[in-house]
Design a protein around this ligand. Structure first.
Ligand code: PEP
Length: 251
């Protein structure tokens, strides 16, 4: 059986300022070490230069929270994959539910962005997951397949392993109600199985994350599940001590 290194990613959303971001990154540098796990921070885009200055050459990677599918052009307000690369980003979050819900992202455009991210040398972190309503209707499997398939058809199954897939049930994001480790494991195992139907080797090596109200108290149980290769952390990445604890649990 292949052992996949754990990955812990901070999604700092639209929080923080220069001084708060600096403190967060400096604490992380001081209190975490590179062992087995990998860490990344996705601050708001204006702070990527600061991340590059502080984290370059360290064991902590950084990334964007979204990007355009286009490299350049008349797209006011958008950020190009090439720009993220220029600021040293390794990762980019794609299709977060907070963007899907506002109509900024959809299943098709996620395929295009996933491809554009890979072309630029970025590792896309594709977020998928069902709403509360879909969960209650027992439609989780259908929803994640619906969200995943356009990306697979866009980039081809082999390219899926070059990215990361984060299962983030919408009802668990920012609510304090994390999925049970059993539920998260069942869905991530289903996602791995779905990829495996097309290519078993790709399924074995693809990094799958769970996201949704992960905190220092529930991280150990969630991260001990065989198909949970790490976490995408929102609220608990706003307090350095909490995020550091989760990083240590992953190691
Ligand atoms: C997220 O928004 O990606 C997330 C996982 O948020 P939270 O940890 O706050 O639920």
């Amino acid at each position: 059986m292949i052992s996949r290194p754990k990955l812990v990613v901070a999604n700092r959303k639209m929080h923080g300022n220069l001084s708060d971001n600096r403190q967060f990154m400096e604490s992380l540098l001081r209190h975490t070490q590179q062992h087995a796990a990998h860490y990344a921070i996705c601050p708001p885009h204006p702070y990527l230069y600061q991340a590059q200055q502080l984290l370059q050459g360290s064991h902590i990677a950084w990334g964007g929270q979204n990007m355009s599918r286009f490299e350049r052009g008349a797209y006011t307000g958008s950020v190009s994959p090439l720009m993220l690369r220029e600021f040293g980003c390794q990762y980019v979050i794609i299709g977060h539910s907070e963007r899907r819900q506002r109509g900024h992202d959809n299943d098709e455009s996620c395929g295009e962005r996933f491809e554009a991210a890979l072309n630029a040398g970025l590792t896309p972190i594709l977020c998928i997951g069902e709403t509360l309503d879909e969960y209650e209707q027992g439609e989780t499997d259908l929803v994640v397949v619906r969200q995943l398939n356009p990306v697979i058809s866009h980039v081809g199954i082999e390219a899926i392993a070059k990215g990361v897939i984060a299962y983030e049930p919408v009802w668990a994001i920012g609510t304090g109600k994390a999925a049970t480790p059993q539920h998260a494991q069942a869905i991530l195992s289903f996602i791995r199985g779905h990829i495996g139907l097309l290519n078993e080797a790709v399924a074995e090596v693809t990094t799958l994350l769970y996201g949704g109200s992960v905190n220092p108290s529930n991280a150990a149980q969630l991260l001990s599940m065989p198909d949970i290769d790490g976490g995408l952390i929102g609220g608990a990445s706003l307090i350095a001590e909490d995020f550091i604890q989760i990083c240590k649990i992953a190691n």
